[in-house]
Design a protein around this ligand. Structure first.
Ligand SMILES: [Fe+2]
Length: 258
């Protein structure tokens, strides 16, 4: 069976997102960031799904969930002018609710709809509920890896030297060029994912991204991240300190070890 043709779904998504544009450039920029992100995540989710050889329903759900995973972001931004979930609304839960209201998945089987909505709901959880059905968890993991691959791109480009920081993207963190938090660095040293809640400085966000090396589920995603050169680019945005170089070296070696 050939892979799902996403074109009609991309068309629906495009019309949906157009409905959030206002003509105010600063506002619309944040809508466009999430539009582009969603389309690129859909591509990464398809790439990971291709590598897994999944049964047709699950394969279809992974690809659709990649496209629709951030559906809640648009409503979140319109209501709160923010992408900061703890301060506003859980955008995964909101996206799942919206998928029950908008005709995005009309024509899909109840099983595919359930899988997509579960993956959207769970894609941004810090940890996944162990009791969830295995196929829900698998679709969620595909979306999480695809999401991380593209957030890496977004953040590295927003953290480019000389570029004015967009506080909506950097979550209002303190921009002190030489500062980072020891607890975030310690997480990387321990080969584990760092916590959003521990971030204080913009450099902590860079280190948190680096810690994602330890939270990718599938070899295809790890290979794609290594091949993208984004980890190396991120490294060039960190303070020039031996500790930073060590952490980057460790993360790159671990990424290449699969
Ligand atoms: Fe998201």
């Amino acid at each position: 069976m050939s892979a799902l043709d996403l074109a009609p779904f991309r068309e629906f998504f495009g019309r949906y997102v157009d409905g959030f544009l206002t003509g105010d450039a600063a506002y619309d920029e944040n809508i466009e960031i999430k539009r582009e992100h969603s389309l690129l995540v859909a591509g990464h989710a398809a790439m990971v799904a291709d590598s897994l050889g999944l049964p047709p329903d699950l394969d279809r759900a992974c690809r659709l969930a990649g496209l629709f995973h951030d559906l809640g972001r648009f409503e979140q931004y319109r209501t709160f002018r923010s992408f900061n979930d703890p301060a506003t609304v859980n955008h995964g839960r909101l996206g799942c609710l919206l998928l029950g209201r908008v005709p995005a998945l009309d024509g899909e089987s109840p099983r595919v709809r359930r899988l997509v909505r579960a993956a959207v709901m769970l894609h941004n959880r810090r940890s996944l509920p162990p009791g969830a059905p295995a196929d829900h968890l698998l679709a969620t993991r595909v979306v999480r890896d695809a999401d991380k691959l593209d957030i890496f791109r977004v953040m590295v480009s927003h953290l480019a030297p000389g570029r004015a920081l967009n506080p909506v993207v950097t979550l209002g963190l303190k921009d002190e060029p030489g500062a980072w938090s020891a607890c975030i660095a310690a997480d990387i040293r321990a080969h584990r994912l760092a916590e959003y809640g521990q971030m204080e400085y913009v450099n902590d966000f860079k280190l948190l991204l680096l810690s994602w090396v330890y939270d990718l589920n599938f070899p295809a995603a790890r290979r794609a991240l290594l091949a993208s050169g984004l980890v190396q680019e991120l490294a060039s945005r960190l303070p020039a300190a031996p500790e930073m170089a060590e952490l980057v070296g460790q993360a790159l070696a671990d990424l290449a070890a699969d």
